[in-house]
Design a protein around this ligand. Sequence first.
Ligand SMILES: NC(=O)c1ccc[n+]([C@@H]2O[C@H](COP(=O)([O-])OP(=O)(O)OC[C@H]3O[C@@H](n4cnc5c(N)ncnc54)[C@H](O)[C@@H]3O)[C@@H](O)[C@H]2O)c1
Length: 355
Amino acid sequence: MAESEGAPKILVSHNNAHTYVKAVLQANNVSAQDAATIASCLVAADLRGVDTHGVNRIPSYLARIRQGVLDPTAQPTIENKTPVVAQVDGKNAFGFVAARLGMQRAIEMAEVYGIGMVSVKHSNHFGMSAWLVQQALDAGMMSLVFTNSSPALPVWGGKEKLMGVSPIACGAPSSEHDFILDMAPSVAARGKIYKAKRRGEKIPRDWALDKDGNRTDDPAAALEGVMLPMGGPKGSALSIMMDVFSGVLSGSAFAGHVTNPYDPSKPADVGHFLIALKPDLFLSSDDFKQRMEYLYNRVVGSEKMAGVDRIYFPGEIEQLMEAERRESGIPYVEAEIEALNEEARRVGAPELVTA
Ligand SMILES: NC(=O)c1ccc[n+]([C@@H]2O[C@H](COP(=O)([O-])OP(=O)(O)OC[C@H]3O[C@@H](n4cnc5c(N)ncnc54)[C@H](O)[C@@H]3O)[C@@H](O)[C@H]2O)c1
């Protein structure tokens, strides 16, 4: 990921980005504890290079608070169903707050029984799934992290937005290189289509359909249409799977009824599905981690195809990016800084400090 591409970048330290998010949220009635949770998740996304799900999301979240469709003060509740199963009612709080509570309980159950499963209902968008995988890794746990989301993808063969671009994520600890898979089931991120449009470039014809359901290489036409699922029917099936486990099972919205973030008429009603699993159920913890490290070395050391300089383990590119950005700062463009500082000025909170 070249940091030099596109408009000039302005660097902000991760500590300052965290301070900014926390202050702006607190000024919008979010408790200090919840604001710190949300700030950590958004800054983690920016540090890992998942810029589409970082601090830049703040204006859209605050708009939902002002529209009265996201409750900044709600405190999710938790109900035990069996010794290894619990359910969180998000109560329309921030998705970050509801999902963090859910993963915390899943970890507690896994510590005692080996596995913990938590369903989360009536929640909101929780951004980058990898922060929940990291929460489990920090406790030494493997994890599965599923969520549903508002319609953006057609099902295979269809042309209307029905399923969400709902990410599937999982993780496992290793002695040195943790495994973190976190992927949306679309061929390409929508941000890549915006970038092609800005630069006057064509896009590959397997990325999107225009509004009439035809494949297109024109990014402007693609933005009026729909994203295509990756791997044809397989990506479509994965997004349906996210809806089964996160929406149908939990009692939250499903089948295309999660509210779009830009629809101010009602709460999003997102559902999540979280599993924490103890990695030393069948082998010692050291054996497990050594076997993971062996797998890592086999993967990154495998023979490379022509034109490939280096093979990466899932999550590794983001881990390298995080190490770099912790030192150099997080790059934003001027328009992004301005939009964020406008939110700070609106509530009298401190603005971002640029280097
Ligand atoms: N909460 C929501 O509703 C929602 C919706 C959509 C996306 N998202 C988030 O958006 C983010 C972006 O998803 P994405 O699918 O565009 O991610 P991506 O395509 O950049 O990466 C997907 C996965 O592939 C791995 N990967 C990428 N390039 C690799 C390479 N060269 N070698 C080895 N592994 C590689 C990554 O480590 C990652 O695990 C995710 O964090 C996701 O959680 C969230």
